[in-house]
Design a protein around this ligand. Structure first.
Ligand SMILES: Cc1cc2nc3c(=O)[nH]c(=O)nc-3n(C[C@H](O)[C@H](O)[C@H](O)COP(=O)(O)OP(=O)(O)OC[C@H]3O[C@@H](n4cnc5c(N)ncnc54)[C@H](O)[C@@H]3O)c2cc1C
Length: 298
C-alpha cells in the first residue's frame, strides 16, 4: 500500500489567461504539472509518486471554463469544468446520456465538485470512467501550446497507463464531442467492488446508431475500461454488430467477441478471468439498454 507523506516544496502559479499559461508551460521544465481539480494530482504528490517543481493551476483561465452545446458545433467542455456541472448540464442530460452516466459515478459529490473530465482523461488511468463514453461518442481533445492548437482524436489519445499524446509544453484546453446522430442511444455501466468511491473493476460503454428504414444498426461502438493498459474500443465486436438486426443471440455473440478482445490483468480488484467475464456481462447489459432505448427490444 502506498503511504501518504508530506509534499516536497514546489512553485505554484495561477495564471489568469491562456497566453500566460502557455508561456509558463513553454519555459517550465518537463516536470511541471497542470492542476485542474487536483483530485488525482495532489494525491500522487502526497504519495511521492510525482515531485513536480512547478504546479500550474489553470482554473482561472477563461477558455478552460467554457461549457457550451449547439446542434451543429456539438459539445465543448472546458478543461476545468467540474464533473458535477457536467452531470447536470441540460444538453448533456438530453443529448449525451452516456456521458452523464459516466460522470455521475466518478468518486463522491465532493470529488465531482473539484474533479474534471479533462483531469480524468489526462491522468490516463485504464479505469477512467469518462474514457469509454468519450471514445464511443467520437470525442476529441483540443490541446494548445505556444506554437498553436491541435485536436487529438480520443482513439489516439491514450498511449500507456498514465501517458497521453499531449506533448511537452501542451495544455488541454477543452474536450469536444460531436452531437450524437438521430436514432442513436448509448449506455455506460461499470462494476466496482464497493457501491461508491471505488474505481471500476471493468467499465463498458456501448453506443448504437439505428438505420430507421430497415432497423439494422448503421454503426456500433463499444469501449472498455480497466481491461487493457489504456481504455480501448472492441473493434472486432463493433464490426460484427454493424449492419445487423439485433436479436438476443446476436447480443450474446457480440458480448463473447468483446470479452475475447479484452486483455485484462489480475490485481487486487479481480482476476483476469473475472474481468473477462465482466466484459461479457456488461457489454450484454449496455447493448440491451441501448437497444431498449431505440425501441428494438422490450
Ligand atoms: C476519493 C476518490 C475517488 C475517485 N473515484 C474515481 C472514480 O470513481 N472514477 C474515476 O475515473 N476516477 C476517480 N478518481 C480519480 C479522479 O477524481 C478523477 O480522475 C478526476 O476526474 C480527475 O480530475 P481533476 O480535475 O481532479 O484532475 P487533476 O488531479 O487536477 O489532474 C489529473 C492529471 O491530469 C493532468 N491535467 C489536468 N488538467 C490538465 C490539462 N488541462 N492539460 C493537461 N494536463 C492536465 C494533471 O497534470 C494530472 O497529471 C477518484 C479520486 C479520488 C481522490
Amino acid at each position: 500500500m502506498t503511504s501518504i507523506r508530506s509534499i516536497d516544496r514546489f512553485e505554484y502559479r495561477a495564471p489568469g489567461s491562456l497566453d500566460e499559461t502557455l508561456d509558463i508551460l513553454k519555459t517550465s521544465g518537463t516536470d511541471a504539472k497542470v492542476l485542474a481539480g487536483g483530485t488525482d494530482l495532489i494525491l500522487q504528490m502526497k504519495q511521492g509518486l510525482i515531485r513536480p517543481s512547478l504546479v500550474v493551476d489553470v482554473k482561472k483561465v477563461p477558455e478552460l471554463n467554457r461549457l457550451e452545446w449547439d446542434e451543429v458545433g456539438g459539445l465543448h467542455v472546458g478543461a476545468v469544468v467540474p464533473l458535477n456541472k457536467l452531470a447536470t448540464f441540460p444538453a448533456i442530460l438530453e443529448r449525451y446520456n452516456i456521458l452523464a452516466q459516466a460522470c455521475s459515478v466518478i468518486g463522491s459529490a465532493q470529488v465531482r465538485n473539484r474533479g474534471t473530465m479533462a483531469g480524468n482523461i489526462c491522468n490516463a488511468a485504464p479505469s477512467a470512467d469518462s474514457a469509454p463514453a468519450l471514445l464511443c461518442l467520437g470525442a476529441g481533445a483540443v490541446v494548445a501550446s505556444s506554437n498553436g492548437a491541435r485536436s487529438i482524436d480520443l482513439n489516439d489519445f491514450f498511449v500507456a497507463p498514465g501517458e497521453t499524446a499531449i506533448g511537452d509544453g501542451e495544455l488541454m484546453v477543452e474536450i469536444e464531442v460531436p452531437t450524437p446522430p438521430p436514432h442513436s442511444a448509448g449506455c455506460y455501466i461499470r462494476h466496482t467492488t464497493r457501491e461508491e468511491m471505488d474505481i471500476a473493476v471493468v467499465g463498458v460503454a456501448s453506443f448504437l446508431t439505428l438505420s430507421p428504414q430497415d432497423k439494422t444498426l448503421k454503426e456500433a461502438r463499444i469501449a472498455l475500461g480497466a481491461v487493457a493498459p489504456t481504455p480501448v474500443r472492441a473493434h472486432g465486436a463493433e464490426a460484427f454488430l454493424t449492419g445487423k438486426s439485433v436479436t438476443p443471440d446476436i447480443i450474446e455473440e457480440v458480448a463473447e467477441k468483446a470479452a475475447a478482445e479484452a486483455n485484462p490483468i489480475s490485481d487486487l480488484r479481480g482476476s483476469a478471468e473475472y474481468r473477462r467475464e465482466l466484459v461479457r456481462v456488461l457489454v450484454r447489459r449496455t447493448l440491451r439498454e441501448s437497444c431498449s432505448e431505440l425501441g428494438l427490444i422490450e
